[in-house]
Design a protein around this ligand. Structure first.
Ligand SMILES: [Zn+2]
Length: 332
């Protein structure tokens, strides 16, 4: 029997990941009890990264990976959006992340990098919680040249060349490919990024991994892909504006680059969306509500849930009795 067209929102089973630098607050925020003893660092909500594909949790495609559904229904899911440059994969990856220690100082290649075709990765961070005084690193201090940076890149002196940003709950930061970055302690964030697992570590704070060994670094590859021309980004405080066609919902555009667009949606009551030519990935970052689709089928939305609205969806309504905030990510 031919499988039905994916025209309704797809919900996924999240994958919880134990990491040395994680914590205990993300599990509480998600309402999850990890089945491992160590800290929870990442929860992968939607992934089509090879070998780490998330599985569809319910509905006609339950038990299949996103990759398997895309194989049969690429047009219905992607519409006019392009698959990831590395092949026929879904182009976006959505994670939550908690840091109670420093994450490695790292960089990802650009989409047009000749040495790493199909492995480009720009990412962005929406801060769900930031404890007072929390800072993260993104970009080089202005005037940093390749020679000086390279000499210090694998040591604690690298920090003196990197731009620190004080962050707060509700702020947003774009981390372009080629920009050196590090998440630092005291934050829970939602990370939306291009589908690629190519990360080059420069410096890991002289720390040992869960196996008691220092983690591998990739200095020469990292220095090859650092963009020394790009200025450090500015932290964005979302400025909500009325959502077109709605009296009770608001929106703030957070980024628009060639790979993906992200905006914040916030509302009480109902708002209608679509149909659209490109898929939408929606992530509840605060509150609860419902999504209605098709013949007014409703699905409750919990805090922290992510779902994918295929391009072939005829439209949907988001609704909340109290208030709900979502990140809407649109692959290009
Ligand atoms: Zn990164």
């Amino acid at each position: 029997m031919a499988s039905p067209l994916p025209s309704e929102p797809l919900f996924f089973r999240r994958t919880l990941k134990e990491t040395v630098w994680g914590g205990r607050n993300l599990a509480t925020w998600l309402g999850e009890s990890p089945n491992f003893p160590g800290p929870l660092g990442e929860s992968w909500e939607l992934s089509d990264v090879e070998g780490q594909e998330t599985v569809i949790a319910e509905g006609p495609f339950q038990g299949k990976t996103l990759c398997q559904v895309l194989e049969d229904h690429a047009d219905a899911i992607l519409g006019s959006a392009k698959p990831h440059a590395g092949g026929q994969r879904f182009p976006l990856l959505v994670k939550f992340l908690e840091a109670q220690q420093d994450l490695s100082v790292q960089v990802h290649p650009a989409s047009d990098s000749p040495s790493y075709p199909g492995q480009g990765k720009s990412e962005c961070w929406y801060f769900l919680e930031a404890r007072p005084g929390a800072k993260i690193i993104c970009g080089l201090k202005s005037g940093t040249d390749k020679k000086t940076f390279s000499a210090d890149a694998a040591t604690s002196a690298v920090e003196s060349h990197l731009q620190a940003h004080a962050v707060n709950t509700g702020a947003f930061l774009m981390v372009e490919a080629g920009q050196v970055h590090a998440v630092r302690p005291g934050v829970i964030l939602c990370e939306i990024q291009q589908t690629s697992d190519t990360t080059f570590r420069l410096y890991d704070w002289n720390r040992l991994g869960l196996d008691g060994e220092p983690r591998e670094t990739h200095l020469s590859q990292a220095l090859e892909v650092v963009d020394f021309e790009k200025p450090a980004p500015r932290l964005i405080q979302p400025q909500l504006q009325p959502l077109e066609g709605s009296l009770v919902w608001e929106t703030a555009q957070l980024n628009q680059n060639e790979a993906f667009h992200v905006r914040l949606l916030k509302g009480t009551g109902e708002a209608s969306f679509g149909p659209f030519e490109k898929p939408r990935v929606l992530t509840v970052v605060n509150g609860t509500g419902e999504v209605y689709f098709g013949d007014k089928v409703s699905r409750a939305l919990k805090n922290g849930e992510t779902f994918l609205v295929p391009a072939s969806c005829s439209g949907y309504v988001l609704s909340s009795a109290d208030s709900i905030s979502l990140l809407e990510s649109i692959p290009q």
